[in-house]
Design a protein around this ligand. Sequence first.
Ligand SMILES: *Cc1c(COP(=O)(O)O)cnc(C)c1O
Length: 396
Amino acid sequence: MQRKTKAIRIQTKKTQYREHSTPLFLTSSFSFESAEQGKALFDETEEGNIYSRFSNPSVQEFVDKVCMLEGAEDGLATATGMAAVFASMAGILKSGDHIIACRALFGSAHQIITQIFAKWGITYTYLDADASEEQWEAAVQPNSRMVYLETPSNPGLELVDLAMIGRICKKHNLIFNVDNCFATPIIQTPADFGADLIVHSATKFMDGQGRVLGGVVVGKAEYIAPIRFFCRHTGPSMSPFNAWTLSKSLETLELRMERHSQNALRLAEALEALPEVKKVNYPYLPSHAQYELAKAQMNAGGAIVTIELEGGFERVSAFMKALTIPTLSSNLGDTRTIITNPFTTTHSKLKPDEKAALGITEGLIRISVGLEAVEDLIEDFTQAAVVSAEVIAEKI
Ligand SMILES: *Cc1c(COP(=O)(O)O)cnc(C)c1O
């Protein structure tokens, strides 16, 4: 049986009410049937729920589904994606350790590595996504402990070769940690390439409908154990309500990712054919610099497309004004198409040279392609590209 079939069928044990849809265990704590049971649960001679900061059936159901989809041994859920990213590092690393990371990171991951860890004596080396195997290996130091990366990256959609990093990590005994948020386990399973830990912002495609925040870390049991200890005592636990919402969402994840990817590819192809659009970036377009790698490690291109428009912020503004369907928001991973200008929003705090290194230009638009009829999206984006080009031409 395929993992995705098993994931859909995973559910908390039926209660005496014989419910079909999964029940929600919205409870902060659990009762003991006797003093002996309380003692046994605490000294871990009996397994069971005690308190929802440690564990909860609704949360466990969500985690079990993600483990199944990612092909991972064990995992735990957190209140947000950032809590998952942070716990996956802070639960393992100690003062004096070194982390090797790809420079193209989600903004808050960059702040953890460069600002927060700096206070705790954890150092780092950044590499470009397309750095060679020699360059990655040259970054390894005696105190290197972990490699951390995102692929595809945000918003550059650069890919890192997972098989190559897997080889390096194995050779140098490094923990291989991947943020798989953009691809989801439907499109790419890093564990197949040797990843030890996989983190997600469940807020994005796992929920997929813009309702709840959540995060999840899955991977090898030996690495999940210290992360679980860290979370149990520092308390970034996922709410049972959010877990219940996310668990149901996972049952449609494959369906949604397939449609997101189909729509994104068709929209990317249509926009690439327009003279009014300077550049289109999408991993499954043959014009993408790492198209071959995309085909090798992903089974679809995902939902995120970026385009570049000429004419600076004025053009961006005119383009956004002309669009009728998409929402302007800094979020992504929704049934409804969302667009943002990273230069002035999500990545506005980066220094000019950092923006340049990541390809974040003034005219860059990130599109999180939704599940609307793609013909309507193509029509809307096409007219907005044309109209906004005319607005700029009139001003010259
Ligand atoms: C959004 C996001 C995060 C952070 O997730 P939150 O749920 O917002 O805390 C981390 N990594 C990537 C790639 C993201 O897109």
